[in-house]
Design a protein around this ligand. Structure first.
Ligand SMILES: C[S@@+](CC[C@H](N)C(=O)[O-])C[C@H]1O[C@@H](n2cnc3c(N)ncnc32)[C@H](O)[C@@H]1O
Length: 212
């Protein structure tokens, strides 16, 4: 069977697994929208005028950084983007197209004209070890590094900043062994609780809010 067909079948199974994962965690889906931008819009509407610390893990060419730079209006909002800019540090999934090095942009940072925005180039493990979290009123995390290991690193390093009313966005919920796994472990290890705020129709893109 072609690898492409195996991948499509795997994605169907993953969707069913994700439904099960949602139920296991008692996540109801109060708002379901069509696209990723609509998922972003739903949370941006509630935080746009607050002093947000927006941290993005997995920047690539900066598509989502550009969205949030435009959406967040407070002059003291801070946007920090973390990426190796050398692509994924390991293979993403067995039958999938995303192997080690995918998203490699040769170290090139996106050009975004916003003085509130800064990039941290390097592996999360290294950049987060010296990163000092700036003061803020609302923390918004965009976890778009795809991999379990990378997502876990972010959770481990930022655990004490993830407090009630922190928003966490996941861009690859449809790979249960990666971002959802890191999120499940984080909830189990810390006892922190979350509600699902909004998801897209495929459930791949979802925003959660910490409730306790
Ligand atoms: C899917 S792309 C990000 C896409 C981007 N958010 C967008 O909307 O266009 C994933 C990115 O995560 C980065 N990445 C994954 N694991 C990483 C790690 N441990 N340290 C640094 N960068 C990492 C890769 O270099 C890649 O650019």
């Amino acid at each position: 069977m072609p690898v492409r067909v195996l991948h499509q079948l795997q994605m169907v199974v993953n969707y069913l697994k994700l439904g099960r994962w949602m139920k296991q965690h008692s996540f109801a889906i109060p708002k379901r929208v069509r696209t990723r931008d609509e998922v972003f819009n739903a949370v941006a509407a509630t935080v746009r005028d607050k002093r947000v610390l927006y941290l993005e893990f997995g920047v690539f060419r900066g598509a989502s950084m550009r969205y949030w730079s435009n959406a967040l209006k407070h002059p003291d909002t801070i946007l920090h983007g973390f990426d190796s800019f050398e692509g994924l540090p390991e293979d993403f999934d067995v039958n999938g197209p995303y192997t080690k090095g995918t998203f490699n942009v040769g170290g090139q940072l996106p050009q975004i004209a916003d003085p509130r925005l800064r990039f941290y180039k390097g592996w999360f493990e290294d950049t987060l070890s010296t990163y000092e979290v700036p003061t803020h009123d609302v923390l918004v995390l965009n976890l778009d590094a795809d991999l379990y290991s990378s997502t876990k690193t972010v959770f481990d390093r930022l655990e004490r900043y993830i407090l009630p009313n922190t928003y966490i966005y996941f861009d690859d919920m449809s790979r249960p062994d990666h971002e959802p796994r890191a999120f499940s472990e984080f909830m189990a290890e810390t006892g922190k609780t979350f509600e699902l705020v909004v998801a897209d129709s495929s459930l791949n893109s979802a925003f959660f809010r910490c409730t306790g």
